[in-house]
Design a protein around this ligand. Structure first.
Ligand code: BZD
Length: 812
């Protein structure tokens, strides 16, 4: 790996580079120019390794995995890359000599918001681990011109602003014009006899879009592996524009250009409405077709002309169902372009593809209307139709007369294409993302498929990159861990378990306390600077940061806070441990209840923070525009990690792991990976409350829960709900009617009221535990010690061993 020898060399190169890039004296640079100069210097360091890595994979003919994900939520790369090449100190000192502070330069990089939440961030942690473990694996996604919206809070309400993250350019990407491919949409496709007794497909009158890749290096931690994240952008070709122009209509040509570019213009929010669905389907096929074409081309050019051995060298992973069209696209290429018969094409396809499911919420299961699908992707539709025909024939032969069975597993049904069914059928491996989630998939959501292919189902509990979420975000804690157990945990996070021995070491716990204090102060200063709010660093920092969704139950959290507020008003001498409740997260633009929950939090926050009788006891803040960078400040400062989803609904959660790694105590339900966190640390070191998943399921199946009954019998609940609609929150009558209705008229689908008392108890329990500060610190240490299991390195090793069958590649 190339490095700067020392800060002197750094400065020399910096000065030369900045002269060339900006034609300016170093003293006259603006911070953004400093950022870009350092970024290009890092690119210089890694470029040889990047070329070498790809060469080595080809020369050694190793099997490579391609991770397809409609989202990659990378976070800023400057600091993480500096850490990977082990040059952070040299850079910091060099910049300092030149009059710049690295910490002031880092925020100059725009945080690329190419994802909504957990799913996209997981993809980024996986890319990080693949490179760190020297595994041959690459990402494939879309280069959205606008990432997830920027959130502003106006009058307590979320307002969505466009995120034009590319305005200043993106120094980490390399446009690869020579690697562009064409992706075809619409037109007509039909089968006809090929003259040799078989059928062949004719596909004509289609529109083609040029897909141009932009490669971003994924730099391995302290090694010389540099993998690639390939982001595709839709472009028009001059020839295509001329062709439209030749028809004599200039407006048509403009429209054509615009429509093509629209494909990679916006990231769609997870709960998007009907509008834009056509475009979303185009995006999915665009990414899939471009990615698969480039993999096949690379394979044929560099690995083997024999397509039948494709599966020995290539694994494709689909991150949820959005890339499931990989399956029919491989079939199309194998049959139409490589001339393979259906059966051979199918064997190779299923040998190559593996699928991870990330949700069991029925409304989040992707389905496309058949007429839309047929119109946009006629050739792909023919493949799916044939697949569905063959599959249902098999199912009906096995279960004669059982139409319910056919319905349960059909890809085409009710005029819809069922993407999860396509994904399951076309994959040799199907996994959930936490034990409980994988169990629910087998027992319920995908039970019919599980009985057909039990051997395909497995679990891979999620993990997060301890490099970004501990080493980078919390260097103070990382150093403390080093001083206790040495630094081998940085490469082997499972070694963190040795920290258990320090959970009773007073000196260590005092230092841990000190580190938490420092991190709380850093966060407090940031909040003062950015939001002009003062927070008390002696209070418990209780944090809920994640996407807003009814099942994640931010509503339960804020109702408890409101209840506490009323209790304090009634009894001002009540003895409570001072609390600072922090919220962050975005709601999908069209998700009324989620947006109203944000509004409720802001209204309650204003009321509580403005009430001077409560000063020093209770503070509530909603932090605008939660993103990866803000997350990096919040996790290290947390005392309490709010993981309070309705049991059975959160597939895994990954924020829970980041909090744990930073020593926060989980306050959660037995849901997703909380179950495994609880298993790791035990009842003494986390606080569990609420219904269990089987109890929730029983209520759904057999009934027996009435939120109105609770309303009638529980005076706290009645009072809180009344206040939502009687104007006493100072926001007009009926202000929160939608939330009131969801809790009562719609019978509280997510059991907020049912779990309310249990949650209040759990909050009291947290207060008591915090008062015994020594024990609290012990719990904190136990959590950190046991967080090694939740490193994405462990997860990726399991995927590599059990699903992809790929091995680390050592440089020679
Ligand atoms: O995936 C999340 C789950 O809700 C979490 O429980 C889990 O930890 C993570 C990672 O496995 N799912 C998402 O984040 N899903 C989306 O963001 C999404 C995006 C587009 C369309 C549908 C869902």
């Amino acid at each position: 790996m190339k490095k700067w020898k020392d800060k002197e060399e750094f400065k020399k190169i910096f000065i030369r580079k900045s002269h060339v890039a900006w034609e300016k004296d170093v003293r006259d640079l603006i911070p953004n120019e400093v950022y870009q100069t350092v970024a290009f210097m890092i690119r210089d360091l890694i470029s040889e390794d990047w070329i070498k890595t790809n060469k080595m994979y080809v020369e050694k003919k190793v099997k490579q995995v391609y991770y397809f994900s409609i989202e990659f939520l990378l976070g800023r790369l400057l600091q993480s890359n500096l850490i990977s090449v082990d040059m952070e100190t040299v850079c910091r000192e060099g910049l300092h000599d030149l009059g710049w502070d690295l910490d002031a330069i880092i925020p100059e990089e725009r945080d690329p918001g190419l994802g909504n939440g957990g799913l996209g961030r997981l993809a980024a942690c996986f890319a990080d681990s693949l490179a760190a473990l020297r595994l041959p694996g690459h990402g494939c996604s879309i280069r959205y011109q606008y990432g997830l919206f920027n959130q502003r809070i106006v009058d307590g309400q979320q307002v969505e602003l466009p995120d034009n993250w590319l305005v200043d350019g993106y120094p980490w990407e390399v446009k690869k014009v020579d690697k562009a491919v064409n992706v075809c949409f619409s037109g007509n496709a039909y089968m006809r006899p090929d003259g040799e007794g078989n059928l062949e497909c004719v596909y004509e009158n289609y529109h083609s879009v040029r897909a141009v890749p932009y490669d971003v290096p994924m730099v391995g931690y302290h090694n010389d592996t540099v993998n690639t994240l390939r982001l595709w952008r839709a472009e028009y070709t001059r020839e295509d524009v001329y062709r439209v122009l030749a028809k004599g209509n200039r407006h048509e040509a403009f429209r054509y250009k615009d429509n093509v570019q629209l494909i990679s213009r916006f990231l769609y929010p997870e709960d998007s409405t009907e509008e834009g669905r056509r475009l979303r389907l185009m995006q999915e096929y665009f990414m899939v077709s471009a990615g698969v074409q480039s993999i096949v081309r690379h394979f044929k050019q560099k690995i083997s002309p024999n397509i039948k051995v494709f599966g020995h060298y290539v694994a494709i992973h689909i991150n949820d169902t959005h890339p499931a069209l990989v399956i029919p696209e491989l079939m199309r290429i194998f049959m139409d372009e490589e001339g393979l018969p259906w059966e051979t094409a199918w064997d190779i396809t299923t040998e190559v593809v593996a699928y991870t499911n990330h949700t069991i919420l029925p409304e989040a299961m992707e389905r496309w209307s058949i007429p839309l699908f047929k119109e946009l992707l006629p050739r792909i539709y023919l493949v799916i139709e044939e697949l569905n025909k063959r599959w249902l024939q098999q199912v009906r032969n096995k279960n004669p007369g059982d139409e319910a069975k056919a319905r349960e597993v059909a890809i085409l049904w009710d005029n819809q294409v069922h993407m999860a069914h396509l994904a399951v059928l076309g994959s040799h491996s199907i996994n959930g993302v936490a034990e409980i989630h994988s169990q629910i998939l087998k027992e319920s959501t995908l039970h019919a498929f599980y009985s057909c292919f039990p051997e395909r189902f497995n679990n891979k509990t999620n993990g997060v990159s301890h490099r970004r979420w501990l080493i980078q975000s919390n260097p103070q804690l990382a150093q403390l861990i080093d001083s206790a157990i040495g630094n081998t945990w940085r490469k082997h996070p499972e070694h963190m378990i040795h920290l258990s021995a320090y959970a009773a070491d007073t000196a260590f716990l005092e230092q841990l306390d000190q580190v938490k204090r420092i991190r709380k102060n850093i966060l407090a200063s940031y909040i003062k600077a950015e939001y002009d709010q003062q927070i008390d660093t002696d209070s418990v920092f209780d944090i809920q940061i994640k996407r807003f969704h009814l099942y994640k139950r931010q509503l339960l959290n804020i109702l408890h806070i409101l209840n506490l507020y009323y209790a304090l008003k009634e009894n001002p001498n009540m003895d409570i441990v001072p609390r600072t409740y922090l919220f962050g997260g975005k709601a999908a633009a069209g998700y009324g209840e989620a947006k109203m929950t944000i509004k409720l939090i802001n209204v309650v926050s204003k009321m509580i923070n403005g009430d001077h009788c409560l000063e020093g006891k209770l503070k509530v803040l909603f932090l605008e525009n939660y993103n990866v960078s803000l997350a990096q400040l919040l996790f290290p400062a947390a005392d309490v990690s709010e993981q309070i989803s309705t049991a059975g609904k959160e597939a895994s959660g990954t924020g829970n792991m980041k909090f744990m790694m930073n020593g926060a105590i989980t306050l959660g339900t037995m849901d997703g990976a909380n179950v495994e966190i609880h298993h790791e640390v035990g009842d003494d070191n986390c606080v569990i409350f609420g219904l269990r998943a089987d109890e929730v399921m029983k209520y759904y199946v057999h009934g027996g829960y009435s939120s109105w009954d609770l309303y009638r019998t529980n005076e706290h609940i009645r009072m809180l709900l009344t206040h939502l609609v009687d104007g006493s929150l100072g926001n007009g009558n009926y202000a929160f009617q939608m939330l009131y209705d969801s809790l009562l008229d719609r019978n509280d689908e997510y059991f907020v009221l049912k779990d309310f008392d249990s949650y209040c108890e759990a909050q009291k329990n947290i207060g008591c535990r915090y008062q015994n500060h020594y024990k609290w610190l012990q719990s904190s240490a136990v959590n950190i010690a046991h967080s090694g299991f939740f490193s994405s390195d462990r997860t990726i090793r399991q995927y590599a061993r059990d699903i992809w069958h790929i091995k680390p590649v050592e440089s020679t």
